[in-house]
Write a protein that binds this ligand. Structure first.
Ligand SMILES: NC(=O)c1ccc[n+]([C@@H]2O[C@H](COP(=O)([O-])OP(=O)(O)OC[C@H]3O[C@@H](n4cnc5c(N)ncnc54)[C@H](OP(=O)(O)O)[C@@H]3O)[C@@H](O)[C@H]2O)c1
Length: 324
């Protein structure tokens, strides 16, 4: 796609990733529209939709260049039946709805990217998971929520292909944990633990963490827009995942300020208790996600942040500069 002004529509674009992409493309002079259940004042257009039914919002997609669907109730919650239904329905229904609408437009977007997740791959300590050889699914001995997350991811991806959209290229964004230096982010939560001297490894510390710096997330999405030969699943993860133990050590070193080299570790039983207290699920930190971005690298994408120590140093520097 050429670099002239693009019309980019982002359903579910009011959250962490959506705001990042909206700002990135808006600053480049592209025309951005966010579809949201709560339109508000923003430097870009925000348009009402409910993520479930057809409405006036479909006009926004007519003649657009790119649709990037990020809709989904947060997975950072307890896996109760009600929460599971909301996690599932918000993703599958909105994706199927977009497929129906895009298939009926007279001038559909040339590219539809849909959020997916690096969680789709099996828990793995030794085998790196890429788009070509990675194992989709979970081993039978894992807890129920691990299977639920993988099943949801698979159904989410299937929903993108449910309705044929022959004039629209489709990309599945299998994204790892996104790190940006903002209040309320995963980075901020982890930094809070590190500063409280609780930032040791979690569980046995051998599980891999797949991560991506927010600059690379936005630049990689831009790269995917430009590279029309790419479609299907794309892993959005830095090329160097590392164990939770090394990940937390680099985090503590980056923060510095006289912190002891060893943070207080969180053993699995304590983590389960903490997760219950924080209304979340331990799977988010105990599952080993060893996901690598083979297709992006093969296509020539150059990561700004390949290794975690450099990335976390930058995040800490930005956090301090913003004086949060
Ligand atoms: N952040 C990560 O590290 C990460 C990693 C892998 C995958 N992902 C996936 O990428 C997507 C975007 O992530 P994010 O971090 O930007 O998430 P987020 O901050 O939670 O934003 C998701 C957006 O979805 C919309 N939404 C939530 N519940 C909804 C519902 N029931 N019906 C319709 N819309 C609903 C919300 O928009 P309104 O309230 O404005 O309507 C919200 O702004 C998510 O689907 C997430 O699962 C994220």
């Amino acid at each position: 796609m050429s670099n002239s002004q693009l019309r980019i529509v982002i359903p579910g674009g009011s959250g962490q990733m959506g705001q990042l992409l909206a700002r990135h493309f808006h600053e480049q002079g592209h025309r951005v529209s966010v579809l949201t259940r709560g339109p508000s004042t923003a430097p870009w257009e925000t348009v009402y939709w409910d993520g479930e039914t057809i409405g006036d919002w479909t006009d926004t997609l007519e003649g657009a260049d790119v649709c990037i669907n990020l809709t989904g109730r947060t997975v950072n919650c307890r896996g109760t039946k009600k929460n599971r239904e909301q996690m599932y329905n918000s993703r599958i229904r909105s994706t199927e709805l977009l497929g129906d609408v895009i298939s009926q437009l007279s001038e559909p977007p040339r590219l539809w990217m849909n959020a997916s997740t690096a969680t789709i791959y099996q828990h793995s300590y030794d085998q790196p998971m890429d788009e070509l050889t990675g194992i989709i699914g979970e081993t039978p001995d894992k807890p129920f929520m691990w299977h639920f997350s993988v099943q949801l991811a698979q159904d989410w991806e299937k929903a993108v292909y449910k309705t044929p959209t022959p004039r629209t290229r489709k990309i599945l964004l299998r994204t790892s944990l996104l790190f940006g230096p903002h209040p309320g982010s995963v980075f901020a939560v982890m930094l809070g633990l590190v500063r409280a001297r609780l930032g040791g490894h979690v569980g046995n510390g051998r599980q891999y963490v797949s991560w991506i710096h927010e600059n690379d997330y936005a630049r990689a999405v831009e790269f995917l827009i430009e590279h029309e030969e790419l479609d299907g699943p794309i892993n959005l993860a830095a090329p160097e995942p590392l164990t939770n133990r090394d990940f937390m050590r680099a985090f503590r070193t980056a923060w510095g300020r006289g912190l002891p080299v060893n943070g207080l570790p969180t053993p699995t039983p304590l983590l389960e208790l903490g997760a219950l207290f924080l209304r979340t699920e331990s799977e988010l930190v105990l599952k080993s996600r060893r996901v690598v971005p083979t297709r992006l690298l093969d296509a020539g994408y150059k990561f700004e942040y390949s290794d975690w120590p450099t990335a976390v140093n930058d995040l800490v520097r930005q956090w301090r500069a913003a004086e949060h």
